[in-house]
Design a protein around this ligand. Structure first.
Ligand code: AMP
Length: 281
């Protein structure tokens, strides 16, 4: 496994592969790796000749400085984990390497980034698009692997590659969960014992939404979830939305859409977590 920090170095290594038509599978991450990330890397290994994983905590996608500072980082442990799977190249650039000058770039995602994460984290998806398009340009992968855990991000990445004609196949990967259902996340490492115990309320709410979707109107279901968070002393709900899977538009009636996903963001103490579950498709 090669660990590379410079853009010119990784491009020198990859250029031989581009010419050979080696298929490159790419997994962009922010590190603090867990089994969710590993499932993406394993999928990339099955479907490609060469696997590249990037580890870069992208400052441009954080709208909150404290969140950026406290984001878990452990490159040595990440490299030890990656040694054990099929990962050929780790790209681990510094912020100066990725952004040597002022960062610009405005992406238009229509209404896709006006709701949920986009509404609560202004500029977040623009920052994601800046780094992902830059990484795609550096690595030029045949396929790139993204988790369904970040559902809105995935929809926006599809839009990004379509609008900008980026020749990469986006491969969506199933959300990997802890035994109690909590979606694996680097931020879970920041949870205290009590917060960790209560954090399962996100998944419980999504499961409850799926079960009740056959019985309750959308508005009543949303009220029920909001109520269950009001009764929890540790958890604070930021949003619970039921949206069309393609447009991300919140629905008022079940009959409005044929493919529906429930998305949730909540704080466990100070730690912000997100999750989602397909209700029907
Ligand atoms: P991150 O390091 O959080 O930016 O995540 C890197 C990639 O891993 C993204 O495509 C995420 O959607 C994906 N990912 C994060 N958590 C999970 C999970 N629990 N299951 C599957 N994929 C995940």
């Amino acid at each position: 496994m090669q660990v590379i920090e410079k853009i010119s170095d990784i491009q020198a290594v990859l250029s031989g592969h581009w010419n050979n038509k080696t298929s490159i599978g790419f997994v962009p991450t922010m590190g603090a790796l867990h089994n969710g990330h590993l499932s993406l890397i394993k999928n990339a290994g099955k479907e490609n000749d060469l696997v590249v994983c990037s580890i870069f905590v992208n400052p441009v996608q954080f709208n909150n400085k404290e969140d950026f500072k406290s984001y878990p980082r452990d490159i040595q442990s990440d490299l030890n984990i990656l040694e054990k799977v099929k990962c050929d190249i780790v790209f681990h650039p510094s912020a100066e390497e990725m952004y040597p000058g002022p960062v610009d770039g405005r992406f238009d995602f229509g209404d896709l980034d006006k709701v949920m994460e986009g509404a609560h984290r202004p500029g977040h998806f623009n920052g994601v698009a800046i780094v992902v398009s830059k990484l795609f340009d550096i690595v030029k992968p045949a396929r790139a692997y993204f988790g369904l855990k970040d559902f809105q991000q995935l929809v926006i990445i599809y839009r990004l590659v379509k609008d900008h004609n980026i020749p990469v196949e986006i491969v969506p990967c199933t959300t990997v969960r802890e035994e109690d259902g909590l979606a694996m996340s680097s931020r879970n490492k920041l949870l205290g014992k009590t917060e960790r115990r209560h954090a399962v309320l996100l998944y419980k709410s999504l499961k409850m939404a799926k079960v009740q979707s056959g019985y309750l109107p959308v508005a009543q279901l949303k009220k029920m979830i909001e109520e269950s968070f009001r009764h929890d002393k540790v958890m604070k709900l930021e949003y619970f939305e039921i949206v069309d899977m393609l447009t991300l538009k919140p629905i008022k009636l079940w009959s409005e859409s044929k493919q529906v996903v429930a998305c949730i963001a909540a704080y466990a103490g100070n730690i912000r977590l997100i999750d989602n579950l397909v209700i029907f498709s």
